[in-house]
Design a protein around this ligand. Structure first.
Ligand SMILES: [Zn+2]
Length: 230
């Protein structure tokens, strides 16, 4: 397995990300990449500390939605951090690309991509359980199933695009030996929240933890009225 990618952040000029501000320490923090969207952030005993969403942290898993402050006032530009991941896919769109409906078809017909969300939820639940009960065999199976899934945009056959996206994140999270189980669960939760959303690219409303069958029974998105099922 390749070593995890780590970048350093601080005032000194030999950091991967140099932030030359008085309250930022010379070697302030390090970031270890977990997936293309989620990282482990660790404060390196900086003088003025690091806060995430208003709480001072030592080490925590963060995602694009996290508000990170280095030192007293310096916000961390998360997009810039993600851009430093070598070999990362070109910045992916926030939404999962889906083919446009065929001409003449109902533009709010999202039944097919919606149906994929069932596999997304199953994968999330299976992965969560494998971490919670620490089942290495189940984890190996999940990694094998999704470790070779190509990036977004390629044909993924019966797996489905959305499940393929979560699957490739799952395989990276399970492979991240530098994470403890509770950090893996946070990373998984963040990737799941990005994927389990209304499939209408114009909507992307988070579907939270609502069971798939309950969503299917609603038949359409309460926000954008996309058709989910018959
Ligand atoms: Zn919607």
């Amino acid at each position: 397995m390749s070593a995890p990618q780590i970048i350093s952040i601080g005032r000194a000029s030999d950091n991967s990300l140099v932030i030359d501000k008085p309250s930022v320490s010379k070697y302030h923090a390090v970031v270890t990449f977990i997936t293309d969207h989620v990282v482990l952030l660790e404060d390196k005993n900086s003088t003025f500390g690091t806060t995430v969403d208003g709480r001072r942290i030592q080490k925590t898993v963060i995602g694009p939605e996290s508000a990170v402050i280095l030192g007293q006032v310096e916000p961390l530009d998360y997009r810039q951090v993600l851009g430093l991941r070598t070999g990362a896919a070109a910045p992916r769109p926030a939404s999962i690309p889906r083919s446009a409906p065929a001409p003449g078809r109902d533009p709010l017909d999202f039944r097919r991509p919606f149906a994929e969300l069932e596999k997304v939820q199953e994968l999330y639940l299976a992965t969560r359980e494998s971490i919670q009960i620490n089942n290495p065999r189940q984890q190996a199976r999940l990694r094998a199933a999704f470790g070779l899934v190509p990036l977004v945009g390629l044909f993924l056959g019966p797996i489905g695009i959305a499940a393929g996206v979560l699957g490739s994140a799952v395989s990276q999270i399970l492979a991240a030996e530098f994470l403890n189980p509770s950090q893996k669960l946070i990373a998984l939760e963040k990737e799941y929240k990005r994927t389990y959303v209304c499939p209408n690219p114009a909507c992307q409303k988070s579907l939270g933890n609502v069971p798939f069958l309950d969503l299917a029974a609603r038949k359409q998105c309460p926000s954008c009225k996309a058709r989910w099922s018959d």
